[in-house]
Ligand binder design. Structure first.
Ligand code: ATP
Ligand code: MG
Length: 273
């Protein structure tokens, strides 16, 4: 959390949604995340940036439980979740989106949202496919929640479209909606803004800001576009080559010699003065 005056003070202990402590991850070879520690403060929108291959997605995999740790631990609201499976972490309020969207391409948008819901209906996608039209009370409730999500994301025009037919940008919105269907406390967004048009990008930003301000939803987002990051995030975490480079405001990060050096080496975009 920021100080009451809004200064860039580091969060106090106890106000963290996620704490990453000395985390190491390897995919069989050397560690691609090596002894990384940082906090994601509750109720804030935090950026995670760094050149290609820095280990950002791997870090999200580690937090969400999609890859085993080689060392260290992950806390969610102060409780150790290191040993939990991804679905157990999801049940505790942790959601993530994927850099490459993971939609059910043969299901419609509405069905995708229903399948993502934290109900027995959502848990069993076959209910959604084979029992369409025969909604029990619970199914009706899940259906209504899915309709509400369509309205919230302003994608009514494609609600009955198969997810596989959506544009790249619409798939990103679907990905956000699927994460939201579980009513999480925190969402990890992996390049949700990458490769989509400006209109959709602005729409996604508006939704993120709204969810954060009105519902206090915590976000951590990976993005390469620092201008976009600066519109959403007060603080950013910078990774490079599997390590934590620095934490600070977007302006601090932009001016930091280590960050500029990391980007000249990794070079997806220029760090602007
Ligand atoms: N499934 C995998 N198996 C083996 N190596 C992997 C795997 N996923 C990632 N890596 C390697 O781990 C390192 C970190 O990759 P990661 O995808 O976490 O980076 P990133 O910061 O998300 O990059 P980008 O900005 O390109 O998405 C890279 O060297 C990558 O090649
Ligand atoms: Mg990545």
């Amino acid at each position: 959390m920021k100080g009451i005056a809004g200064g860039p003070t580091r969060p106090r202990h106890g106000a963290q949604m996620i704490s990453v402590e000395h985390v190491k991850v390897s995919y069989g070879g050397p560690n691609v995340v090596d002894d990384v520690s940082f906090d994601i403060p509750a109720g804030r929108i935090t950026g995670l940036i760094g050149p290609n291959g820095a280990g950002k997605t791997t870090m999200f995999n580690a937090i969400a439980g999609h890859v085993a740790l080689n060392g260290g631990k992950i806390l969610l609201e102060g409780k150790d979740i290191t040993g939990l499976q991804p679905h157990q972490r999801a049940a505790r309020g942790l959601a993530r989106t994927f850099q490459i969207p993971h939609e059910f391409s043969q299901l419609t948008v509405i069905e995708n949202f229903m399948a993502a819901a934290a109900t027995p209906i959502g848990e069993n996608v076959f209910n959604v496919i084979f029992r369409r039209g025969r909604f029990a009370q619970e199914e009706e409730k899940t259906y209504r929640a899915a309709r509400d999500m369509v309205t919230f994301l302003e994608i009514d025009q494609v609600k009955d479209e198969k997810a596989g037919n959506l544009s790249g940008g619409q798939k990103k919105l679907l990905e956000l909606g699927r994460a939201l269907m579980r009513k999480p406390k925190i969402i990890l967004l992996d390049e949700i803004g990458a490769g989509i048009n400006r209109t959709l990008l602005a729409k996604i930003s508006d939704k993120i800001l709204l969810l954060n301000k009105e519902q206090g939803l915590t976000f951590c987002l990976i993005e390469h576009d620092l201008d976009y990051v600066s519109k959403l995030c007060d603080e950013v975490i910078v990774m490079a080559q599997g390590t934590l480079l620095m934490e600070g405001t977007v302006d601090e990060v932009r001016q930091d010699a280590r960050v500029i050096e990391a980007y000249f080496g990794g070079g997806k975009y220029e760090a602007r003065p």
